[in-house]
Design a protein around this ligand. Sequence first.
Ligand SMILES: Cc1ncc(COP(=O)(O)O)c(C=O)c1O
Length: 410
Amino acid sequence: MSNHAINMGADAELARCPIMPTYGAPSVMFVRGQGTELWDSQGKRYLDFVGGLAVQSLGHANPEVAEAISEQAMTLTQVSNYWATEHAHHVALQLDRHITGSGSSYGSDSGSPSGQVFFCNSGAEANELAFKLARKYTGSGQYEILTAMGSFHGRTLAALAACGQPHKHEPFEPMPSGFHHFKRDEPDSLEELLSSSTAAIHVEPVQGEGGVWPSNKAFMSRVQELSSENKVLFMVDEVQSGLCRTGKWFAFQHFGVEPDVVCIAKALGNGFPIAAVWARAEIASAFQAGDHGSTYGGNPLGTAAARKVLEIMERDKYPQKAATLGDVLSDALGNLPRVLSVRGMGGMLAAELDGEISADIAAKATQNGLLVNPITPTAIRLTPPLSTSHDHVDEAMSILKGVLHAQPPS
Ligand SMILES: Cc1ncc(COP(=O)(O)O)c(C=O)c1O
Protein backbone atom coordinates (compact mmCIF):
# COMPACT_ATOMS: atom_id res chain seq x y z
CA MET A 1 0.00 0.00 0.00
CA SER A 2 1.35 3.46 -0.87
CA ASN A 3 1.81 6.13 1.79
CA HIS A 4 -0.97 8.09 0.13
CA ALA A 5 -3.35 5.15 0.47
CA ILE A 6 -2.39 4.77 4.13
CA ASN A 7 -3.08 8.48 4.72
CA MET A 8 -6.44 8.34 2.96
CA GLY A 9 -7.32 5.37 5.15
CA ALA A 10 -6.32 7.26 8.31
CA ASP A 11 -8.55 10.23 7.43
CA ALA A 12 -11.51 8.04 6.57
CA GLU A 13 -11.06 6.36 9.96
CA LEU A 14 -10.98 9.77 11.64
CA ALA A 15 -14.34 10.67 10.07
CA ARG A 16 -16.14 7.63 11.51
CA CYS A 17 -14.09 7.25 14.66
CA PRO A 18 -16.03 5.48 17.47
CA ILE A 19 -14.52 7.70 20.19
CA MET A 20 -16.86 9.64 22.49
CA PRO A 21 -17.14 13.25 21.30
CA THR A 22 -15.94 14.92 24.53
CA TYR A 23 -13.21 16.89 22.76
CA GLY A 24 -15.23 17.98 19.73
CA ALA A 25 -14.40 16.74 16.25
CA PRO A 26 -10.63 16.50 15.65
CA SER A 27 -9.41 18.33 12.55
CA VAL A 28 -6.02 16.63 12.25
CA MET A 29 -4.55 13.19 12.92
CA PHE A 30 -0.95 13.33 14.12
CA VAL A 31 1.36 10.45 13.41
CA ARG A 32 4.83 11.61 14.46
CA GLY A 33 6.62 14.19 16.60
CA GLN A 34 10.17 15.35 17.19
CA GLY A 35 10.99 18.09 19.69
CA THR A 36 8.60 20.98 18.95
CA GLU A 37 7.60 19.59 15.53
CA LEU A 38 4.66 17.36 14.64
CA TRP A 39 3.62 15.70 11.37
CA ASP A 40 0.07 14.77 10.42
CA SER A 41 -1.21 11.80 8.45
CA GLN A 42 -0.78 13.78 5.21
CA GLY A 43 2.90 14.50 5.97
CA LYS A 44 2.25 18.17 6.81
CA ARG A 45 4.55 19.70 9.45
CA TYR A 46 3.34 21.77 12.44
CA LEU A 47 5.01 23.62 15.30
CA ASP A 48 3.47 22.48 18.57
CA PHE A 49 3.06 25.44 20.93
CA VAL A 50 0.47 23.50 22.94
CA GLY A 51 2.97 20.81 23.95
CA GLY A 52 0.28 18.25 24.75
CA LEU A 53 -1.06 20.89 27.21
CA ALA A 54 2.17 21.34 29.18
CA VAL A 55 3.05 17.65 29.05
CA GLN A 56 5.81 17.51 26.41
CA SER A 57 8.27 19.68 28.32
CA LEU A 58 11.33 17.88 26.89
CA GLY A 59 9.80 17.80 23.41
CA HIS A 60 8.10 15.01 21.48
CA ALA A 61 9.88 11.65 21.19
CA ASN A 62 12.73 12.69 23.44
CA PRO A 63 15.34 10.02 22.54
CA GLU A 64 16.62 9.50 26.09
CA VAL A 65 13.13 9.10 27.53
CA ALA A 66 12.19 6.81 24.61
CA GLU A 67 15.21 4.64 25.34
CA ALA A 68 14.45 4.47 29.07
CA ILE A 69 10.85 3.40 28.30
CA SER A 70 11.83 0.83 25.69
CA GLU A 71 14.55 -0.73 27.89
CA GLN A 72 12.11 -0.91 30.78
CA ALA A 73 9.41 -2.37 28.50
CA MET A 74 11.76 -5.26 27.81
CA THR A 75 12.64 -5.69 31.49
CA LEU A 76 9.61 -5.31 33.77
CA THR A 77 6.44 -3.29 33.16
CA GLN A 78 4.21 -3.88 36.16
CA VAL A 79 3.86 -5.85 39.35
CA SER A 80 1.28 -5.21 42.03
CA ASN A 81 2.09 -2.40 44.44
CA TYR A 82 2.20 -5.05 47.16
CA TRP A 83 5.84 -5.27 46.10
CA ALA A 84 8.51 -2.64 45.52
CA THR A 85 10.07 -1.91 42.13
CA GLU A 86 13.28 -0.19 41.15
CA HIS A 87 12.53 3.34 39.96
CA ALA A 88 9.61 4.53 42.15
CA HIS A 89 11.82 4.95 45.18
CA HIS A 90 14.34 7.02 43.19
CA VAL A 91 11.67 9.28 41.64
CA ALA A 92 10.06 9.84 45.06
CA LEU A 93 13.42 10.93 46.50
CA GLN A 94 14.07 13.32 43.61
CA LEU A 95 10.58 14.86 43.85
CA ASP A 96 11.08 15.36 47.57
CA ARG A 97 14.44 17.03 46.93
CA HIS A 98 13.05 19.40 44.30
CA ILE A 99 9.97 20.31 46.37
CA THR A 100 11.87 20.93 49.58
CA GLY A 101 14.81 22.42 47.62
CA SER A 102 17.45 24.87 48.71
CA GLY A 103 16.35 27.89 50.68
CA SER A 104 13.31 26.20 52.20
CA SER A 105 12.85 25.36 55.85
CA TYR A 106 11.17 22.04 55.15
CA GLY A 107 12.29 19.05 57.16
CA SER A 108 15.53 18.35 58.94
CA ASP A 109 19.17 19.08 58.09
CA SER A 110 19.96 15.36 58.17
CA GLY A 111 19.41 15.03 54.42
CA SER A 112 16.57 12.55 54.98
CA PRO A 113 13.34 13.13 53.04
CA SER A 114 10.80 15.57 54.52
CA GLY A 115 7.90 14.16 52.58
CA GLN A 116 6.38 11.03 51.11
CA VAL A 117 4.99 10.38 47.65
CA PHE A 118 2.02 8.45 46.27
CA PHE A 119 2.11 7.60 42.55
CA CYS A 120 -0.96 7.53 40.35
CA ASN A 121 -1.73 8.08 36.67
CA SER A 122 -3.38 11.46 36.07
CA GLY A 123 -3.85 14.92 37.49
CA ALA A 124 -7.45 14.25 38.56
CA GLU A 125 -6.35 11.16 40.47
CA ALA A 126 -3.59 13.14 42.18
CA ASN A 127 -6.16 15.69 43.37
CA GLU A 128 -8.56 12.94 44.51
CA LEU A 129 -5.81 11.51 46.69
CA ALA A 130 -5.02 14.95 48.12
CA PHE A 131 -8.70 15.43 49.09
CA LYS A 132 -8.81 12.04 50.81
CA LEU A 133 -5.54 12.71 52.61
CA ALA A 134 -6.79 16.10 53.84
CA ARG A 135 -9.93 14.50 55.25
CA LYS A 136 -8.02 11.63 56.89
CA TYR A 137 -5.31 13.86 58.36
CA THR A 138 -7.52 16.61 59.75
CA GLY A 139 -9.94 14.08 61.22
CA SER A 140 -13.62 13.91 61.93
CA GLY A 141 -15.75 16.90 61.04
CA GLN A 142 -13.16 18.51 58.78
CA TYR A 143 -14.05 17.54 55.26
CA GLU A 144 -14.48 20.70 53.19
CA ILE A 145 -12.00 21.66 50.47
CA LEU A 146 -11.76 25.32 49.42
CA THR A 147 -10.62 26.12 45.89
CA ALA A 148 -10.62 29.25 43.74
CA MET A 149 -13.28 30.37 41.29
CA GLY A 150 -12.03 29.68 37.79
CA SER A 151 -9.79 26.84 39.02
CA PHE A 152 -9.45 23.50 37.24
CA HIS A 153 -8.61 20.26 39.02
CA GLY A 154 -9.77 17.47 36.68
CA ARG A 155 -12.83 15.60 35.47
CA THR A 156 -13.54 12.81 37.97
CA LEU A 157 -16.55 13.68 40.14
CA ALA A 158 -14.71 15.02 43.19
CA ALA A 159 -12.06 16.79 41.08
CA LEU A 160 -14.87 18.29 39.01
CA ALA A 161 -16.66 19.47 42.16
CA ALA A 162 -13.37 21.11 43.17
CA CYS A 163 -13.22 23.03 39.87
CA GLY A 164 -14.39 26.60 40.34
CA GLN A 165 -16.25 26.47 37.02
CA PRO A 166 -20.01 26.01 37.65
CA HIS A 167 -20.85 25.55 33.95
CA LYS A 168 -18.79 22.33 34.02
CA HIS A 169 -20.84 21.06 37.02
CA GLU A 170 -24.31 21.70 35.65
CA PRO A 171 -24.74 18.67 33.35
CA PHE A 172 -23.61 16.30 36.11
CA GLU A 173 -25.38 17.64 39.17
CA PRO A 174 -25.70 16.91 42.02
CA MET A 175 -21.97 17.33 42.68
CA PRO A 176 -20.30 15.59 45.64
CA SER A 177 -20.63 17.91 48.64
CA GLY A 178 -17.84 19.60 50.56
CA PHE A 179 -16.31 21.85 47.90
CA HIS A 180 -16.52 25.65 48.08
CA HIS A 181 -15.00 28.34 45.90
CA PHE A 182 -13.43 31.64 46.88
CA LYS A 183 -12.65 34.55 44.58
CA ARG A 184 -9.22 34.09 43.02
CA ASP A 185 -6.51 36.06 44.84
CA GLU A 186 -9.01 37.55 47.34
CA PRO A 187 -8.07 36.65 50.93
CA ASP A 188 -11.31 38.11 52.37
CA SER A 189 -13.39 35.83 50.19
CA LEU A 190 -11.28 32.86 51.34
CA GLU A 191 -11.62 33.83 55.02
CA GLU A 192 -15.40 33.97 54.70
CA LEU A 193 -15.46 30.31 53.66
CA LEU A 194 -13.11 28.99 56.35
CA SER A 195 -14.96 27.12 59.10
CA SER A 196 -14.49 24.31 61.60
CA SER A 197 -15.43 21.95 58.72
CA THR A 198 -12.55 23.01 56.47
CA ALA A 199 -9.91 20.37 55.81
CA ALA A 200 -7.79 22.10 53.16
CA ILE A 201 -7.24 25.08 50.91
CA HIS A 202 -6.26 23.82 47.48
CA VAL A 203 -4.73 26.33 45.04
CA GLU A 204 -3.29 26.36 41.53
CA PRO A 205 -0.30 28.74 41.86
CA VAL A 206 -0.95 29.64 38.22
CA GLN A 207 -4.50 28.91 37.05
CA GLY A 208 -4.04 27.07 33.77
CA GLU A 209 -7.36 26.00 32.27
CA GLY A 210 -9.03 29.07 33.83
CA GLY A 211 -7.04 31.30 31.45
CA VAL A 212 -3.41 31.39 32.72
CA TRP A 213 -3.66 33.61 35.79
CA PRO A 214 -0.62 33.64 38.10
CA SER A 215 -1.41 34.12 41.80
CA ASN A 216 0.16 36.99 43.65
CA LYS A 217 2.66 36.71 46.47
CA ALA A 218 0.53 38.47 49.09
CA PHE A 219 -2.37 36.10 48.46
CA MET A 220 -0.22 32.97 48.58
CA SER A 221 1.41 34.14 51.84
CA ARG A 222 -2.03 34.77 53.32
CA VAL A 223 -3.15 31.26 52.30
CA GLN A 224 -0.13 29.87 54.14
CA GLU A 225 -0.96 31.95 57.27
CA LEU A 226 -4.67 31.12 57.22
CA SER A 227 -3.93 27.41 56.80
CA SER A 228 -1.68 27.28 59.80
CA GLU A 229 -3.89 29.53 61.98
CA ASN A 230 -6.95 27.38 61.18
CA LYS A 231 -5.11 24.02 61.29
CA VAL A 232 -6.11 23.14 57.73
CA LEU A 233 -3.85 21.87 54.98
CA PHE A 234 -2.31 24.16 52.35
CA MET A 235 -2.31 22.13 49.14
CA VAL A 236 -1.15 23.18 45.67
CA ASP A 237 -2.27 21.76 42.34
CA GLU A 238 0.95 21.86 40.29
CA VAL A 239 -0.37 19.42 37.69
CA GLN A 240 0.16 22.00 34.94
CA SER A 241 2.52 24.54 36.54
CA GLY A 242 4.96 22.07 38.10
CA LEU A 243 8.24 20.55 36.94
CA CYS A 244 10.04 23.63 35.58
CA ARG A 245 7.14 24.95 33.45
CA THR A 246 7.12 28.39 35.11
CA GLY A 247 10.89 28.85 35.48
CA LYS A 248 11.26 27.11 38.86
CA TRP A 249 10.90 23.45 39.75
CA PHE A 250 7.47 24.24 41.17
CA ALA A 251 5.44 27.42 40.71
CA PHE A 252 4.76 27.78 44.46
CA GLN A 253 8.51 28.47 44.82
CA HIS A 254 7.99 31.87 43.15
CA PHE A 255 5.88 32.94 46.11
CA GLY A 256 8.10 31.98 49.06
CA VAL A 257 5.48 29.61 50.53
CA GLU A 258 5.79 26.01 51.73
CA PRO A 259 2.65 23.98 51.03
CA ASP A 260 1.81 20.77 52.88
CA VAL A 261 0.74 18.82 49.81
CA VAL A 262 1.82 19.12 46.14
CA CYS A 263 -0.07 17.46 43.24
CA ILE A 264 2.06 16.69 40.17
CA ALA A 265 1.30 15.13 36.76
CA LYS A 266 1.58 16.22 33.11
CA ALA A 267 5.34 16.74 32.51
CA LEU A 268 6.41 13.97 34.88
CA GLY A 269 6.38 11.29 32.17
CA ASN A 270 6.83 13.62 29.17
CA GLY A 271 3.83 11.85 27.64
CA PHE A 272 3.89 8.60 29.58
CA PRO A 273 0.89 8.78 31.96
CA ILE A 274 2.21 9.16 35.51
CA ALA A 275 1.24 11.49 38.35
CA ALA A 276 2.27 11.91 41.96
CA VAL A 277 1.24 13.51 45.22
CA TRP A 278 3.88 14.68 47.67
CA ALA A 279 2.91 15.38 51.28
CA ARG A 280 4.88 16.32 54.39
CA ALA A 281 5.80 13.09 56.15
CA GLU A 282 3.66 13.72 59.24
CA ILE A 283 0.63 14.31 57.02
CA ALA A 284 1.29 11.33 54.78
CA SER A 285 1.49 9.13 57.88
CA ALA A 286 -2.27 9.64 58.35
CA PHE A 287 -2.67 7.01 55.64
CA GLN A 288 -2.49 3.38 56.61
CA ALA A 289 -2.42 0.21 54.53
CA GLY A 290 -5.71 -0.09 52.69
CA ASP A 291 -6.58 3.63 52.71
CA HIS A 292 -5.75 4.21 49.04
CA GLY A 293 -4.39 2.35 46.03
CA SER A 294 -3.84 2.32 42.28
CA THR A 295 -3.18 -0.79 40.19
CA TYR A 296 -0.95 1.07 37.75
CA GLY A 297 0.31 3.83 40.04
CA GLY A 298 4.10 3.99 40.15
CA ASN A 299 4.61 1.07 37.78
CA PRO A 300 8.20 0.43 36.61
CA LEU A 301 7.48 1.68 33.07
CA GLY A 302 6.09 5.05 34.19
CA THR A 303 8.68 5.57 36.90
CA ALA A 304 11.51 4.69 34.48
CA ALA A 305 10.21 7.49 32.23
CA ALA A 306 9.84 9.90 35.16
CA ARG A 307 13.31 9.08 36.48
CA LYS A 308 14.83 9.97 33.10
CA VAL A 309 12.68 13.13 32.79
CA LEU A 310 13.84 14.41 36.19
CA GLU A 311 17.46 13.53 35.40
CA ILE A 312 17.33 15.49 32.10
CA MET A 313 15.52 18.47 33.67
CA GLU A 314 18.20 18.77 36.31
CA ARG A 315 21.19 18.09 34.03
CA ASP A 316 20.02 20.51 31.32
CA LYS A 317 18.84 23.19 33.75
CA TYR A 318 15.20 23.21 32.67
CA PRO A 319 14.09 25.85 35.20
CA GLN A 320 16.45 28.35 33.53
CA LYS A 321 15.48 27.10 30.05
CA ALA A 322 11.80 27.76 30.84
CA ALA A 323 12.54 31.23 32.21
CA THR A 324 14.55 32.21 29.12
CA LEU A 325 11.99 30.76 26.72
CA GLY A 326 9.25 32.61 28.60
CA ASP A 327 11.09 35.94 28.30
CA VAL A 328 11.69 35.51 24.56
CA LEU A 329 8.16 34.32 23.87
CA SER A 330 6.36 36.94 25.93
CA ASP A 331 8.38 39.75 24.31
CA ALA A 332 7.56 38.38 20.86
CA LEU A 333 3.85 37.93 21.69
CA GLY A 334 3.66 41.47 23.05
CA ASN A 335 4.80 42.80 19.66
CA LEU A 336 2.13 41.00 17.62
CA PRO A 337 -0.85 42.81 16.12
CA ARG A 338 -4.19 42.43 17.98
CA VAL A 339 -2.43 41.40 21.22
CA LEU A 340 -3.53 43.61 24.13
CA SER A 341 -1.44 41.99 26.86
CA VAL A 342 0.59 38.91 27.72
CA ARG A 343 0.35 37.11 31.08
CA GLY A 344 1.78 34.01 32.69
CA MET A 345 5.07 32.71 33.99
CA GLY A 346 7.98 31.10 32.15
CA GLY A 347 6.70 28.76 29.44
CA MET A 348 3.05 29.02 30.55
CA LEU A 349 1.66 32.07 28.78
CA ALA A 350 -1.54 33.58 27.44
CA ALA A 351 -1.95 36.42 24.96
CA GLU A 352 -5.09 38.49 25.45
CA LEU A 353 -6.53 39.47 22.06
CA ASP A 354 -8.66 42.47 21.15
CA GLY A 355 -11.90 40.53 20.67
CA GLU A 356 -13.57 37.13 20.84
CA ILE A 357 -11.36 35.77 18.08
CA SER A 358 -9.22 33.15 19.82
CA ALA A 359 -11.00 30.07 18.39
CA ASP A 360 -10.76 31.54 14.90
CA ILE A 361 -7.10 32.42 15.35
CA ALA A 362 -6.25 28.95 16.70
CA ALA A 363 -8.06 27.26 13.78
CA LYS A 364 -6.29 29.44 11.21
CA ALA A 365 -2.92 28.97 12.94
CA THR A 366 -3.45 25.20 12.71
CA GLN A 367 -4.14 25.50 8.97
CA ASN A 368 -0.86 27.42 8.73
CA GLY A 369 1.13 24.84 10.67
CA LEU A 370 1.08 26.18 14.24
CA LEU A 371 -0.78 24.75 17.24
CA VAL A 372 -1.98 27.17 19.93
CA ASN A 373 -4.84 26.75 22.38
CA PRO A 374 -7.87 29.11 22.57
CA ILE A 375 -8.10 29.08 26.37
CA THR A 376 -10.81 31.76 26.68
CA PRO A 377 -12.88 33.38 23.93
CA THR A 378 -10.39 36.28 23.91
CA ALA A 379 -7.07 34.60 24.80
CA ILE A 380 -4.72 32.02 23.34
CA ARG A 381 -2.55 29.88 25.61
CA LEU A 382 0.99 28.79 24.73
CA THR A 383 2.69 25.94 26.60
CA PRO A 384 5.35 24.77 24.12
CA PRO A 385 8.04 22.21 24.93
CA LEU A 386 10.56 23.96 27.18
CA SER A 387 13.27 22.74 24.81
CA THR A 388 11.83 24.89 21.98
CA SER A 389 14.58 26.72 20.07
CA HIS A 390 14.54 30.46 19.45
CA ASP A 391 14.35 29.71 15.71
CA HIS A 392 11.12 27.83 16.30
CA VAL A 393 9.81 30.74 18.39
CA ASP A 394 10.58 33.10 15.47
CA GLU A 395 8.89 30.78 12.99
CA ALA A 396 5.81 30.38 15.21
CA MET A 397 5.52 34.12 15.81
CA SER A 398 5.72 34.81 12.10
CA ILE A 399 2.83 32.37 11.45
CA LEU A 400 0.79 33.93 14.25
CA LYS A 401 1.54 37.44 13.02
CA GLY A 402 0.25 36.55 9.55
CA VAL A 403 -2.93 35.02 10.98
CA LEU A 404 -3.60 37.94 13.34
CA HIS A 405 -2.89 40.43 10.59
CA ALA A 406 -5.37 38.78 8.22
CA GLN A 407 -8.13 38.57 10.86
CA PRO A 408 -11.01 40.97 10.14
CA PRO A 409 -11.53 43.67 12.84
CA SER A 410 -13.77 42.50 15.73
C1 LIG B 1 -4.16 22.24 37.27
C2 LIG B 1 -4.73 20.96 36.74
N1 LIG B 1 -5.15 20.04 37.61
C3 LIG B 1 -5.66 18.86 37.20
C4 LIG B 1 -5.76 18.57 35.86
C5 LIG B 1 -6.35 17.25 35.42
O1 LIG B 1 -5.32 16.43 34.94
P1 LIG B 1 -5.69 15.09 34.13
O2 LIG B 1 -6.31 15.52 32.86
O3 LIG B 1 -4.37 14.42 33.96
O4 LIG B 1 -6.63 14.31 35.00
C6 LIG B 1 -5.33 19.50 34.92
C7 LIG B 1 -5.43 19.22 33.47
O5 LIG B 1 -5.33 20.09 32.64
C8 LIG B 1 -4.79 20.73 35.37
O6 LIG B 1 -4.36 21.66 34.51
